[in-house]
Design a protein around this ligand. Structure first.
Ligand code: SF4
Length: 66
C-alpha cells in the first residue's frame, strides 16, 4: 500500500515536484525549483494553492503506432 500523505495542492500536478519517502513511511513533497532558485522552499508548506513557478506535468507520450 502506498504511504499516506496530505494533498500537496498545485505541487501534485507540477513537473517540479519530487516525492521523497523517509524511513518512517512518510512521503514529503520536494520542490526541485529550490535547487536553482532560493525563492522556492525545498519543502513548501502544503497545500500549495498558488505558485508562480507552477508548470503542469506534461501529458504522457502517445503510444507509438504498431
Ligand atoms: S514550482 Fe511551485 S507548484 Fe511546482 S513543485 Fe515547486 S512549489 Fe510546488
Amino acid at each position: 500500500m502506498a504511504p499516506a500523505r496530505p494533498p500537496a495542492g498545485l505541487c501534485d500536478s507540477c513537473r517540479h515536484q519530487r516525492l521523497v519517502p523517509n524511513t518512517r513511511g512518510s512521503v514529503f513533497s520536494l520542490c526541485e525549483r529550490s535547487r536553482t532558485d532560493p525563492a522556492y522552499p525545498r519543502y513548501p508548506r502544503l497545500p500549495v494553492l498558488s505558485c508562480p513557478g507552477f508548470e503542469p506535468v506534461p501529458p504522457p507520450a502517445p503510444e507509438p503506432p504498431r
